[in-house]
Design a protein around this ligand. Structure first.
Ligand SMILES: Cc1ncc(COP(=O)(O)O)c(C=O)c1O
Length: 367
């Protein structure tokens, strides 16, 4: 009765865990959720014109504003090649529809964003490690080079240069997913890889979820000329267009004179959450795990000293009112056993201390 594709589709473990985090007393390190205190309020009226159907590419004023910000980063993104997305998750779906048939190889980082793996697998992708594979005959490379999900790592300038050069030589399309770039707590090179790809084939996407409001479901992409029209046609077939009301709310916010100050405040708030998290980690996980302090983004990536499959710990953790993401879920190939992704933006410092103490106790018991 169903398509063959559906056989391989598993529900996202993140979405399943999100269903339990609203339980009273739960400390969640699981999703990439902004802090509730950091969400904006909105009291504008709804102009009736916005309730009409709109353009698939998005509202012209918002596309122009996004184009300005991308061009400031060196990306060749005139407004005509900017498209507004219903969340940047949609950009992954559109790109997969454009590139992936059953058996198509997609080069990715090991580990990488699990909901990208979920979509790419749905269309039949197989994976190769973008750091170690020759990319000849690989049509698409998907990367999160700036404050990666799940590792928090930021690619160096040399790594960015090298990847752009290789993909230009092999004709591999670079798909750069960049939702965390604004959340920088330490200096590091964040110039998009696609800014180094003049004449190449590329897609660059960003999101308003992490800096503004994920519930508005709004992101954007820009693409090289050879791809853009295809992506628009696929978006038309997917949802016609993104919410016009969401686009108006975001446009008003990002063009408000207070926007840079809002971003700066958000960065310093999340930096202090990261620092509090680091303190609690050192108190409770010393000897249990190793980690690098993330220079940006929303996640810590832990490697356990004793490789326990952390998926087996999740039920116990949730019973003890703490949620985390097993790192094994982010593996494109064989699960990377003994890894955990911990979000540090959502829980307060007190909850973090309590949650990490509990998690360390569960881990020590299982070791
Ligand atoms: C790397 C990456 N890409 C895309 C997304 C999807 O974001 P959204 O659809 O909310 O823009 C996320 C969300 O966590 C992410 O981490």
């Amino acid at each position: 009765m169903f398509s063959q594709r559906i056989d391989g589709l598993r529900p996202s473990p993140i979405r399943s865990i999100l269903n339990v985090i609203e339980r009273p007393g739960m400390v969640s390190f699981a999703g990439g959720l902004p802090a509730t205190d950091a969400l904006p309020s909105w009291s504008g009226a709804v102009p009736p014109a916005l309730l009409q159907y709109g353009r698939s590419e998005g509202e012209p004023e918002l596309r122009a504003a996004v184009s300005d910000s991308l061009r400031a980063l060196g990306v060749d993104a005139p407004p005509e090649r900017v498209m507004i997305l219903s969340g940047s998750q949609q950009g992954i779906d559109l790109t997969a529809k454009l590139f992936v048939d059953p058996g198509t190889t997609v080069a990715v980082e090991y580990p990488t964003y699990l909901a990208a793996l979920q979509v790419l697998r749905f269309y039949g992708a197989e994976f190769a490690d973008i750091a170690t594979s020759a990319l000849e005959r690989v049509p698409l490379g998907y990367v999160v080079p700036t404050f990666a999900n799940p590792t928090g790592a930021c690619m160096s300038e040399t790594e960015r240069d090298r990847l752009a050069e290789t993909c230009l030589r092999t004709g591999t399309a670079v798909f750069e997913d960049d939702p965390y770039r604004e959340l920088a707590y330490e200096p590091c090179d964040r110039t998009p890889i696609v800014a180094r790809m003049v004449g190449g084939t590329w897609i660059y996407q960003g999101s308003f979820s992490k800096t503004f409001a994920p519930g508005l479901r709004l992101g954007y992409l820009a693409a090289s000329e050879d791809l853009f029209e295809h992506l628009v046609a696929i978006k038309q077939a997917t949802d016609l267009h993104s919410s016009r009301l969401s686009q108006r709310i975001v446009f008003d916010a990002i063009t408000d004179p207070g926007w840079p100050a809002r971003l700066a405040g958000l960065v310093s708030f999340y930096r202090s959450r990261r620092d509090a998290f680091e303190g609690s980690l050192r108190r409770h996980f010393d000897g249990l795990a190793t980690w690098d302090t993330p220079p940006g983004g929303l996640f810590y990536w832990l490697r356990l000293q004793r490789p326990i499959d952390t998926r087996t710990l999740l039920a116990d953790a949730i019973e003890n009112r703490v949620a985390f993401m097993p790192g094994e879920e982010f593996s494109p190939g064989q699960p990377d056993i003994g890894t955990m992704r911990l979000n540090f933006s959502h829980a307060s410092a007190d909850d973090t201390e309590r949650g990490l103490r509990t998690l360390a106790r569960i881990l020590a018991r299982a070791s």
